[in-house]
Design a protein around this ligand. Structure first.
Ligand code: SF4
Ligand code: SF4
Length: 178
């Protein structure tokens, strides 16, 4: 069930404009996510990742080219502290190719990252109106969110909202943005 959420793949379903954002020195997804072309499992550091980023950037496989996390796509405020390597969490939103179901996942980089103040605040905000699947550093999963904690708000079954593009954290002052 969770395998696809832990694999580098196309992010085009929810590809907000990435603007001028760049991965920079972040290689978080290069450890957390599997890369089929490299036979690299999830939560295993890619041998091509260096401190300054990917060392084979121009020759990186298609899965790496196609994957953009939610921060890179513009779905979170551009504050560099929200970049996954700083935040400790990779956020991703995608649609299951077979079922068409939208999924929103949060992938923990180090143990305890979900409980840290900035990441915790973002998670609480995001989970107010959707389900969020949490992938913990130890390999366990947990689902949080409105549809889980308030099931009575889902008459007739599936209450999953498809809001599409949205910038999370938009109530923070402009001066906080970079
Ligand atoms: S986690 Fe996001 S910002 Fe970091 S390397 Fe991957 S796509 Fe780039
Ligand atoms: S090949 Fe480059 S972009 Fe792909 S996982 Fe490895 S370090 Fe990351």
């Amino acid at each position: 069930m969770h395998e696809n959420a832990l694999t580098k793949r196309s992010s085009t379903d929810f590809a907000d404009s990435a603007g001028d954002r760049e991965c920079g020195g972040c290689t978080a997804c290069c450890t957390v996510l599997a890369v089929h072309e490299l036979n690299k499992p999830a939560r295993w550091a890619c041998e091509h990742a260096g401190q300054g980023g990917c060392r084979v950037y121009s020759q990186r496989p298609a899965g790496c080219r196609d994957f953009n996390c939610l921060w890179l796509r513009g779905g979170l405020l551009s504050d560099v502290e929200n970049r996954p390597d700083r935040l400790g969490v990779i956020f991703d939103q995608f649609r299951n190719r077979t079922t068409g179901v939208e999924r929103f996942v949060a992938l923990e980089l180090w143990a305890g990252a979900f409980e840290e103040p900035r990441a915790g605040e973002l998670l609480r905000e995001i989970a107010t109106d959707r389900q969020v699947e949490l992938s913990y550093r130890d390999g366990t999963w947990r689902t949080i969110g409105a549809a889980v904690t308030v099931p009575q708000s889902a008459p007739g079954g599936d209450s999953h909202e498809t809001r599409g593009k949205r910038t999370i954290g938009g109530d923070r002052p402009e001066s906080d943005r970079i």
